[in-house]
Design a protein around this ligand. Sequence first.
Ligand code: GMT
Length: 378
Amino acid sequence: MKIGVLCYPTYGGSGVIATELGKALALRGHEIHFISYSQPVRLDMFSDNLRYHEVPVMDYPLFEYIPYETELTSKLVEVVRFEKLDLVHVHYAIPHASVAYMARQILISEGRYVPFVTTLHGTDITLVGRDASFIPVVTFAINESDAVTAVSQSLKDTTLHSFNIKKDIVVIPNFIDLKRFSKKPREHFRKAIAPLNERLICHTSNFRKVKRVQDVVKVFLKLQETIPSKLLLIGDGPERASIERECRECEVAENIRFLGKQDAIEEILSVCDLFILPSETESFGLAALEAMACQLPVISTESGGIPELNIHGVTGYNCRVGDIDDMVKHASMILSDENTFQNFRSNALEQAKKFDISIIAPMYEKMYQKVLELTINN
Ligand code: GMT
């Protein structure tokens, strides 16, 4: 199949999933065309089956706000025409679903129908999409999609609850490449960070408010009173500067490290002992899955789709949003007994295996085939 992919190219989970899926499908023989305003960060491998088309973004004095949607639509139409794409897969509804709809209409006027699949990722529904100003366009574009997927049952339920959706939504969970994300022997690295064999606590995110990174620090500060530990914070974003400033002023500042954006996250996860994800909302929690694949138990919240991934009492614990004491209590339960800790570690890996890309990529393939069959039969 020849598939066009619209996604955000940045470090966000939806861009990562879009790119990794595209790479996997290219390896399975499909021709994948990414269309975005800059090269997706995970598009790091060469293959004749992988192409990237940059959307030119015109800066003109009249445009106080750049008409990106119009430029993206034009680019998509151009790529479909020239590359003869069979289908378009859009990741993150805003604005990609309405862009794909517009492109489909333009192509219909030329006598060809190019179907599009919309994958809902989370904040396009839970935060941004529910804003009243977006509702008519998001609802229409979801309903007009040839197929719709959501990355968790929870996100599907929220979408059906928040919008007037007539289209069937299929749950296809996020995935991981276990060949890349696995615990690597990096003892020298661990010794350098934790010379006294302290426990290493870890968090990865885009440091947006919804991630509640300040809760990670609060949990760590309490936990380290009884369990010698260090905290590694990976990623960057709007909340980082203020949280980093506060951490510099605390007594154990030397035990908290801000590592910024990292490409080889699996190398860092490999030396850690526990992952904390205290998000306010989280449709899936891809960062937690990456950690679990590297054998880290997870302390997270019970919000959104997290409980579908992190099994309470088995791979970690899910606590109420903001319940620091409960998170500390459960983190201590996991870390203070070696047998318990090793059980949680192996349970985390077993659970992560269910989300291997080799299991999930064929689900998308099947969905594309179904959509194409319906298109031909209509
Ligand atoms: O986590 C973010 O804020 C980024 C956002 C995105 O779309 O890039 O992530 C969402 O999609 C990820 C991939 O499907 C999910 O793993 C995240 O749970 C989801 N984030 C939220 O729902 C807050």
